[in-house]
Design a protein around this ligand. Sequence first.
Ligand code: AMP
Ligand code: GLY
Length: 420
Amino acid sequence: MKVCVIGNGGREHAIAWRLSISPSVEKVYAVPGSAAMKNCAELVGIDWSHTDHLIRFLKDNKVDLVVVGPEAPLVAGLADVLNDAGIPVFGPSKAAAQLEGSKVFAKDLMKKYNIPTAAYGVFSDADEAKQFIAKTGAPIVVKADGLAAGKGVVVAMTIDEANAAVDDMLSGNRFGEAGSTVVIEEFMEGEEASLLAFVDGKTVVPMIASQDHKRIFDGDKGPNTGGMGTYAPAPVLTEALRDEAMKTILEPMVAAMAKEGMPYVGCLYAGLMITNEGPKVVEFNARFGDPETQVVLPLLDGDLGQIMMACATGTLQSNMVKWKDSSAACVILASKGYPETSSKGDVILGELVQYDTSIIFHSGTRLEGDHYVTNGGRVLGVVGLGKDLRTALDRAYERVDHITFKGMQYRKDIGAKAFK
Ligand code: AMP
Ligand code: GLY
């Protein structure tokens, strides 16, 4: 079959690469993709928001399946438009993507269906929000309702900090419309894990558990980012805990979405906190994680094209999804100034080719003449593969040692929690 991937980041590079080596896939297109994706996809210079143009391209080229990478097109309803045109899509409808697009929607649905998550309140008025904070005490978590590129969450250690976050979001208009309502949550103690699942509207098949590193600096210090590195499998989510998360979180959520008349199709991402009371939801995302995808998909031992088509057509079976008995680790190389800003045009030196035991996925690069330059906050995801996590990490960092660009930042403690 012919598959078209929407997006141009590291996650989409990993998806396109994995599809390109799937037996069922004869051709991968990327809209718009990035120069580095040329090794696994044909780049198509169309803007996804020009849907008439996109549909014409998909029909003219007899594309069988569209895989939507990022959240923005999903929240904007791209899956609905393509489905209406008769094109199967791996990715949720606009209604179902609210699970990520609105934190209030997600929290209210979890409450209605008794899915374990932090207690919360919803506010548009700063004074009422502050009264709630005073009553609950710190630490406490303040979140913008809408999409804020992973930056709309403040984990406040003091009441003053929480009040400042409320002012920033509600009065200061920091996130515009996305921050005109805030969710204030109980602080959950524990270790985090990302559990992604393939979903076809009713059947849920989990992927291998991974762990992200959201803060910019070693030791989980500094501001939140989109994610500075990942590894899989993550031992914190034992098989028993994964089964529990499936039974108490993912399966009930997919059943709830169907019952609410918005069946969920695509990758459902549950960000979990492993608390003393078991796994609880930190957030849901309506897409693959970035950089979780970069470590999860290399460990898949099935036909990704077949699995994604089965999700899009309601025919998913658990025996389609198998995992290799090995590990993967991803170290993100970020540009100067990230996460507040980013630096573009810095020349990347070093070997970027792919080996059997290491892969480099491009998050934000651009080809200038015959060399790559930085083109965003997160630049490269350097992935090591191996029989165990130690080997995978060593292979990733060995590659990192041979890559450099001006102002390059990365964490040196990816995976450290797994050895605690
Ligand atoms: P989110 O964008 O909702 O995933 O939040 C970003 C990060 O903030 C998470 O990965 C957690 O590290 C942290 N966080 C969010 N909500 C909570 C919570 N209720 N308790 C503790 N930490 C949280
Ligand atoms: N790595 C976190 C996310 O994709 O939201």
